[in-house]
Design a protein around this ligand. Structure first.
Ligand code: ADP
Ligand code: MG
Length: 218
């Protein structure tokens, strides 16, 4: 590891404020956490589509996609899960600096790791969304067939079965996907971003399938 005393942050000419002024919205991380099959990816994709249709700069970081590249050297031990989240937080932080609204869809089962992600990104730019759904419902959905494998003992440390999920205590938003539709949930996330001043009001109404308004949400 490099000696931190020899690493000096180089301030960039173009600042975060410059990017905000150009794009008309702030950067933020929308951190979806919840059991496998709770609906993190489904919801993150829907929210991203709504934002994108309104001209907002977005990027979605999703579990398996990151694990197949940047984090392919990591497994599912506690130490590896921690390192997984640490790297994702760093990447998300860079994207926020680039003025993007980053949506992350990782189980991220441990409170301590999510708290560290919040610290890395900055509290006012970090929105923790607890995608709540009973284990029995997640298991009946089993979109990737992973619960079935975990029950057969083919996957060790599977969250909810062989490994704990620590529910958030004070997330910015709780969404119960066993009670509400994807559309209702997505609108709640959009409203949260509006209320928090990350994006201007009244965006996210367009249907991305119809191409949106092409504007920047102002
Ligand atoms: N209200 C809802 N919100 C999100 N997903 C839902 C909802 N109702 C049913 N589903 C289904 O549940 C599954 C969730 O899978 P996914 O989004 O991949 O979960 P995760 O990313 O949390 O592992 C999908 O098949 C989705 O269609
Ligand atoms: Mg997913």
């Amino acid at each position: 590891m490099a000696d931190p005393a020899n690493i000096v942050w180089h301030k960039t000419t173009i600042t975060k404020a410059d990017r905000e002024a150009r794009n008309g919205h702030k950067g933020a991380v929308i951190w979806f956490t919840g059991l496998s099959g709770s609906g993190k990816s489904t919801l993150a994709n829907r929210v991203e589509s709504l934002l994108f249709a309104s001209g907002i700069r977005t990027y979605l970081l999703d579990g398996d996609n990151i694990r197949s590249g940047l984090n392919r050297d990591l497994g599912f031990s506690e130490a590896d899960r921690k390192e997984n989240i640490r790297r994702i937080s760093e990447v998300a932080g860079l994207f926020v600096d680039s003025n993007a609204i980053v949506l992350t869809a990782f189980i991220s089962p441990f409170k301590e790791d999510r708290a560290a992600a919040r610290t890395r990104v900055g509290n006012h730019e970090f929105f923790e969304i607890y995608v709540k759904c009973p284990l029995s419902v997640c298991e009946s959905r089993d979109p990737k067939g992973l619960y079935k494998k975990a029950r057969k003992g083919e996957i060790k440390n599977f969250t909810g079965i062989g490994s704990a999920y620590e529910a958030p205590e004070s997330p910015e938003l709780v969404i119960d996907t066993s009670e509400e539709t994807v559309e209702e949930s997505a609108q709640k996330v959009i409203r949260l971003l509006e209320k928090s001043g990350i994006i201007k009001e009244n965006i996210g109404q367009q249907d991305p399938a119809k191409g949106g308004n092409g504007g920047n949400g102002l």
